[in-house]
Every structure is written in C-alpha cells, then in structure tokens.
Design a protein around this ligand. Structure first.
Ligand SMILES: [Fe+2]
Length: 295
C-alpha cells in the first residue's frame, strides 16, 4: 500500500528547532496529542542520528507493544500459510520478538551477522536515490513509529511493523539480501530520474509486492504484502501476471490502495535470473529500451 520513499507524513523542523510530523486529518492518530508528541520525538531522534552511532531507543507505550503483539500473531499465522519458504527461512534465522516492538538497534544487531544488513532510522521521506542507493552499502532506512493503537490492523503509512516484519525477515535471508543489494547497485548506476523510477518500480513489484509459485501454490515474498493483515489474505484474488521487467517498470500503481496487479516469479531462481540480472546490469539505455511499448 505504500513505499518508504513516497508515502510518509511530512516532517518539518520549526524555527525554534522543534520537529513536527504532519499527520493528515484522516490519520487514526490525528486527534491523539500524546501519540503526536511521540511521533515528533521519534522523528527528532532520527534526524539527530549519525551513521555508525547507536540508534536511540524509542519509548513505546504498553499499548504500542500490544499492537505489535496482536499484529505479529496475526501475520505469523498468515505467513505460515502464505509466505514463501525463503522468507520463512529468514524469519526463523532472525527470531524477532513476538510480544514487544524490538528497538531498531536490536534488529540491526541481529541482522548484521546474518547478511551484513544494518538499519538506519528515517524521520520521514528519504529521497529515492538515497533510499535505494543505501541498499548497495547494506543499509536499510526504516521508520520507527508504530501505527495508532486504535486500529492495530490498519496503517496509512509504512510503520515499524512494515519495516521490520516485512523487510527485516526478508533481509535475514542471504538470497533476498543479495537482491536488495543489487537493487541498490542499480539505483547507484543509473543516472536519469526515469531510469531510477524504473528500477524502483521493479523493486515495488518484487521485493515489496512480489509473489512466487511454490509447490504449485502462489506464495508471497513482498514486504508490503507480508506486513499487511488484509493483503496477506487477499493477494491470491488479485490480477496475477507473469514476471515481466517492461511491465513492472512501467505499470503505475496507487500507493493508497491494495495492490491489485501482482507479478509472479516461477521460483526463487527465476526471480534471481530475471530481476537480479536486470539490477546487476541495467543502465539508462536498458531501462529506456524496456520502457518503450512493444507493437
Ligand atoms: Fe517497504
């Protein structure tokens, strides 16, 4: 439903140095001053982060830990049925806590010995080239706030549940981590904005919303599906197309709706062959050629 680089509440630094996260009127936390204050504080801490320094802890409330517990349990149940074996392998390796929100430093410390990936706190919007480019250096920009406790199974923006349950479990797999890194290298290599968008759309339709055939069934490996209560249950009913670079790189999507067109890899090897090879080799010309409609 969303993408880090594109759908985050704007963060502004006031003249007095205070940091403010602008939640939209329809946001479940809009009328909760304590939640808003926490969001501001979390964003302020993230803005003050220096790469290499420990990530400051977030003071989550008991209600917020309870949100994680509820969602984690629901998603865990769905994953056993609908997630690919490689994603479940990552989940098992990482061993995230089920009863409380882990701090980002803790997630980063658990991930690094497995695949080399580390987490960086993001206050809000991370520019496209920075977000994707950092993947080449095994850094993943992540939000830290959690959705409002009044609606635990819904979030209008990528929260720590999406970033950690969706992405960190995948990043704990050597094979997925390698694909994330290749996407980062592609983002660094291409020069035009159009080419960068093409690379990011291929990421969107694979590592965010990808599905794969496994033992004759359609399973999900994309972080956007696997962190969404609704989408884990509904993705099999969406329009599912064969893996196709040109189509993925040029299909428009609405980040505020359920993703209704999905692309199916025939296997992990197929994904690595088609998408991994594309990211490993693409440049501005490749993407421009692929972006031209055929026929
Ligand atoms: Fe994401």
């Amino acid at each position: 439903m969303f993408e880090e680089a594109q759908y985050l509440a704007p963060v502004t630094v006031r003249a007095d140095g205070g940091v403010e996260v602008e939640l939209a009127h329809g946001h479940p936390g809009f009328a909760d001053p304590a939640y808003r204050q926490r969001r501001n504080r979390i964003a302020e801490q993230a803005l003050g982060h220096t790469v290499g320094a420990p990530i400051a802890n977030v003071a989550y409330t008991d209600e917020e830990h309870e949100v994680w517990r509820v969602v984690s349990e629901e998603l865990g149940r769905a994953h056993r049925q609908f997630a690919t074996a490689e994603y479940l392998h990552g989940t098992e390796r990482l061993g995230l806590p089920a009863d409380r929100i882990p701090q980002l430093q803790e997630v980063s410390d658990a991930l690094e010995p497995l695949t080399g990936f580390r987490y960086l706190p993001a206050a809000g919007l991370v520019e496209l080239r920075e977000f994707y480019g950092s993947l080449a250096d095994s850094y993943f920009h992540s939000t830290q706030y959690v959705r409002h406790h009044s609606v635990p199974l819904y979030t209008p923006e990528p929260d720590v549940i999406h970033e950690v349950i969706g992405h960190a479990n995948a990043l704990a797999s050597d094979r997925f981590a390698a694909l994330y890194r290749l996407a980062g290298q592609a983002a660094r290599r291409v020069e035009t904005h159009e080419a960068l968008e093409f690379v990011s759309k291929v990421f969107w339709f694979t590592l965010e919303f990808g599905v794969m055939t496994e033992a004759g069934e359609t399973k999900a490996y994309g972080a956007g599906i696997l962190s969404s209560f609704g989408e884990t249950r509904e993705f099999r009913g969406m329009t599912i197309r064969p893996l196709d670079l040109a189509a993925m790189g040029t299909t428009t999507y609405d980040i505020t709706q359920y993703q209704d067109t999905l692309f199916l890899a025939e296997s992990m090897e197929h994904l690595e062959d088609v998408v991994g090879t594309f990211w490993a080799t693409c440049d501005d010309d490749t993407t421009a050629r692929l972006a031209v409609p055929v026929g």
